[in-house]
Design a protein around this ligand. Structure first.
Ligand code: 13P
Length: 299
């Protein structure tokens, strides 16, 4: 694996069926011949508890990066897997220093939408940008539920992240209750439309989506790959209405929720799953390395 910083490239032209290479590299969609670079992200959440443990985790992961099959350098082709780590704020700089030589990028788990000022405890987009963050998570369900992040606030954060030249990973997904009510599509459509309100088609090129069913997060209940893929396809139909088919087919959509080395290959074999947002398993360097080194088979 390793990463190129390039976004998925788009070549409108000859029709092509979906395919991935043996290692899961290039993801080619139907109709528009759109290529989406796989992206694996490790969301460490509020872990580990000390700086030394965080640095050891980063060092351990880097030691495994070289053993992965799908290796390519920072500026090489889009067919390699982009890898991003989201450490807690205090560890971002030092983790970046360790992982950047392997082409792994870092991101922030959250930012506030104001630029600066009397907002005790908050962190601005400019701050995380200045320590080298390429990505920021927006709308993670733990922020929505535990910290009352509203869709209005999430929308403001997405725009602020884009304004500072970073890439938001916008997390959406239904709760267990919403799943039981059978309103997964309605919830996802509502979140996508509210959270991306006012984001231009051009800016959308720098957005990654993460479909994270809340009932699958930290529960060991990974969503069935086919079911997750249906939701991803549905999300693209929402985006096609908001933007157009090209934008809908070009955006990368990750799946998140109890992803493990055992479940990753099946997920990544799906046509519309372009990567994973990984929580618990990203705290084990061997597990996360195996996830980054997924083996997707042709559909
Ligand atoms: P788990 O992989 O621990 O279920 O967490 C998923 C998640 O919330 C990633 O953002």
């Amino acid at each position: 694996m390793k990463l190129s910083l390039a976004l998925a490239t788009l070549a409108v032209g000859g029709a092509s069926a979906f395919s991935v290479n043996q290692n899961g590299g290039l993801r080619t969609s139907t109709q528009l011949n759109v290529f989406r670079q796989p992206i694996m992200a490790g969301n460490w959440k509020m872990n580990p508890t000390t700086e030394s443990d965080a640095l050891n985790l980063a060092i351990g992961f880097c030691a495994l990066v070289d053993t992965l099959e799908d290796t390519c350098g920072l500026d090489e082709s889009d067919t390699c897997t982009e890898v991003v780590l989201f450490p807690p704020f205090p560890f971002i700089s030092k983790v970046k220093d360790i992982v950047s030589e392997k082409g792994v990028t870092v991101g922030a788990q959250q930012v506030y939408y104001e630029d600066k000022g009397a907002f005790t405890g908050s962190v601005a987009a400019s701050m995380v940008k200045s320590v080298g963050c390429e990505y920021v998570l927006c709308g993670h369900s733990e922020r929505r539920t535990l910290f009352s992040d509203s869709d209005v606030n999430i929308n403001a954060k997405v725009k602020k992240v884009l304004e500072f030249g970073m890439k938001p990973i916008l997390c959406i997904g239904e709760t267990q209750e919403e799943y039981d009510l059978g309103i997964t599509e309605e919830v996802c459509a509502m979140q996508v439309s509210k959270d991306l309100a006012g984001v231009s088609k051009k800016d959308l090129e720098n957005v990654v989506l993460a479909y994270e069913p809340v009932w699958a997060i930290g529960t060991g209940l990974v969503c069935d790959a086919e079911d997750a893929n249906k939701v991803h396809k549905f999300i693209r139909t929402v985006l096609a209405k908001m933007y157009d088919e090209e934008a809908a087919q070009s955006i990368r959509i990750q799946y998140g929720g109890s992803v493990t080395p055992e479940s990753v290959d099946g997920l990544m074999a799906m046509s519309d799953i372009d990567g994973c947002l990984v929580g618990g398993a990203s705290l084990f360097s061997d597990k996360f390395a195996r996830i980054c080194n997924f083996k997707a088979t042709e559909e």
